[in-house]
Design a protein around this ligand. Sequence first.
Ligand code: SG4
Ligand code: ZN
Length: 265
Amino acid sequence: LSQLRTQPECTVPHFWDEVNEECGKEKQSPINIVTNKVEYKEDLKPFTFEGYTTDQSSLWLIENNGHTVKVSLSGSAKIGGGGLQNKYNAIEFHFHWGTKLNKGFSPGSEHTIDGERYAMELHIVHRKESFSTTEQAVANQEGLAVLGFFIKTGAKNEKYEPLIEMLNEVGFKGSQKNMTSLPLESLIPDKKNLTRYYRYSGSLTTPNCYQAVVWTVFQEPIILSESQVENFLKLYFSKDKPLPMTDNFRPVQPLGDRIVYHSDV
Ligand code: SG4
Ligand code: ZN
């Protein structure tokens, strides 16, 4: 860790509050969700997913940005419902993951449930419809809505193959490639299993850690095989020096006086 700290652009989450003042504030993400302290909120109805089913028949840009592998969306997918006050456009998605050990994996989700960490976490970042840039959105308390999905290991998930095949094209920081878009719904669990979720107010988990995010963390995990997960571990944090991109999750942050709500069971 201390070796990484001296990198010009510090990519290690443990030191972010030294890098950026916002990262040391009180409504930060991720958090540990304590299931016997969450409160039921009736407003937390099912989401509506628009443009999640159709192939958006456009190109996606897949990129290693030095924190994660990120896919920028150019289609018109959006979400509503889910207790959100507005509709939000899907702008990008990316992943967080852990490390490979001699035997199995050390998990790398950002959120934890009663202290349990999942293998990976998918974040689909959405921006409030009324904003046209992310700069505007991060200046607003509810400017962004991020949907967080846990990833568990199990059977091979064929629907992820087109995306996983692209990973070796973006090994190093700064590399990017176009890819054929996929229906977003093929990357997440079946809609009927997305009625159970947690909700709280938080932040982006990378600098500048803007406290502008309505967080949703779904209970139903995505399933990928171990070897599919391993493909993410082959990326690098760096441009040239091979610093493997592993454990690219931020440690959990204090909940403070926030409340975590849950939808219907
Ligand atoms: C990753 O670095 C994404 O690539 C960033 O996306 C993202 O920032 C950042 O993570 C934080 O997102 O859901 N983990 S998170 O809180 O979405 C934004 C871009 O740089 C603004 C676009
Ligand atoms: Zn994220």
